[in-house]
Design a protein around this ligand. Structure first.
Ligand SMILES: Cc1cc2nc3c(=O)[nH]c(=O)nc-3n(C[C@H](O)[C@H](O)[C@H](O)COP(=O)(O)OP(=O)(O)OC[C@H]3O[C@@H](n4cnc5c(N)ncnc54)[C@H](O)[C@@H]3O)c2cc1C
Length: 381
């Protein structure tokens, strides 16, 4: 499907480059998307494309002055349509490093951001714990002062890129507050083990911090300010999940349309049967509304990343819930061909599901969205 709305020349260039990369990855996309460890050919293609430079500011080798939310959304849309593994490897470069771009010291920025932008090192964000998912204030990982700096103890769970990343931007309790720390993967006392396999394979791992000694200089931003930086990261990257959901919907709908155009029942193609046409039309409607909201929200986030969290949640909620509906309808229109293991449509069906859980479960997002709605109405906005 072609882009139905006008975007800038810079953004068009990004889309074209992403399409070239997706084309290169397409022949091994099924293999990559089945892998829960980093798929080297995919990573090499991503690195060689140079597109990881979208994830850092231009002062550190990036493409745009600051990470551009619309460019990231457009890239994820193209990648997710072809390969969730490619999409995730790309997205994590920004998700894991955004706090460094925002509040890192000059030396943290110089040490990590150019390498992230080139794709030479992989980034990760470690928030979730065995005991704490949606309720991140319930984490137990703690940083305590020692004579040598800080010591970190605790465990993180379901961390994307674990085992492949070179550093983990890690949330920990510090005193009565919460701080973020930049933890190099090769630090003594940090071990990684695999997470359980999920229905849509993903590079995931469990981290254990056992007496990890860190210098004070590994803190990101001021002590006690972690949630501001985490929320700013989510504000930009939740929208990008919406971008990925748009790409998934596009892929699923194209599969369904190709099938329904060529398969005949009762003497005419499936698309000519009213109920099938309705399923396809409703899906296109879901797709294009989600796309518009996603692009609009990404443009808003570029202006004001911090003030955009609830809008970002709204876009993510809308697009990921739509993706579930769309892919389910598409499977339905394809009858038994929608159910074949290892087919593209079956892959999309599985891949749509975790999107409603990670980076904020839909039910939790609705709470923030409703509060914002009440505030806007009360303020007369
Ligand atoms: C593929 C994948 C990749 C991930 N990558 C990362 C990563 O890189 N880094 C990281 O830190 N984490 C990561 N996670 C973890 C993810 O962030 C958590 O799964 C998510 O925050 C939800 O937490 P939970 O699974 O513990 O669910 P819980 O918090 O236990 O919630 C379970 C369900 O309860 C409901 N619920 C919870 N609280 C409320 C509430 N207040 N109101 C209404 N309903 C509620 C929701 O329906 C929710 O789905 C990843 C997860 C997946 C699946």
């Amino acid at each position: 499907m072609s882009l139905p709305i006008e975007i800038s020349a810079n953004h068009k260039e990004v889309v074209e480059e992403c399409r070239l990369l997706a084309k290169e990855v397409e022949p091994f996309a099924m293999e990559a998307d089945d892998s829960s460890v980093m798929h080297e050919p995919t990573l090499t293609a991503l690195r060689e494309s140079g597109l990881t430079n979208l994830m850092v500011p231009s002062a550190y080798g990036g493409r745009f002055d600051e990470v551009d939310p619309l460019a990231v959304c457009l890239a994820r849309e193209v990648f997710m349509k072809t390969s969730s593994h490619l999409d995730s490897a790309f997205a994590l470069q920004g998700i894991g490093s955004y706090a460094i771009s925002r509040v890192g010291t000059e030396s943290q920025k110089e040490e990590w951001l150019p390498a992230v932008g080139r794709g030479d090192v992989l980034a990760a964000l470690a928030l979730t714990e065995p005991v704490a998912g949606s309720d991140l204030k319930g984490i137990e990982t703690r940083a305590e002062p020692t004579n040598d700096g800080l010591v970190l103890n605790g465990a993180k769970s379901f961390i994307s890129n674990a085992g492949a990343a070179s550093f983990y931007t890690t949330l920990a309790k510090e005193g009565d507050g919460y701080s973020l720390f930049l933890v190099p993967a090769d630090v003594e006392g940090l071990t990684v083990s695999p997470s359980p396999e999920i229905i849509a394979p993903h590079v995931l791992g469990e981290l254990t911090f056992d007496g990890v000694v860190l210098p004070e200089s590994s803190r990101l931003g001021d002590p006690g300010t972690a949630f501001r930086h985490v929320l700013a990261t989510l504000s930009v990257f939740r929208i990008s999940v919406a971008g990925a959901a748009v790409g998934l919907m596009e892929g699923a709908l194209e599969e369904a349309v190709r099938h329904c155009r060529s398969r005949e029942q009762f003497g005419r193609p499936l698309v000519k049967h009213g109920p099938v046409a309705t399923l396809l039309a409703d899906s296109w409607s879901d797709l294009e509304s989600a796309r518009l909201l996603t692009y609009q929200t990404a443009a808003m986030a570029a202006e004001d990343p911090e003030g955009n969290l609830d809008r970002s949640s709204l876009a993510k909620l809308t697009a990921t819930e739509a993706a579930t509906r769309v892919v389910d309808r598409c499977v339905q229109t394809m009858g038994r061909w929608g159910l074949i293991r290892g087919s593209k449509i079956e892959k999309y069906y599985r891949q749509a599901r975790p999107m409603r859980v990670y980076e904020g479960a839909s039910e939790v997002l609705r709470l923030g969205i409703a509060s914002r709605l009440v505030k806007e109405v009360s303020d007369g906005a």
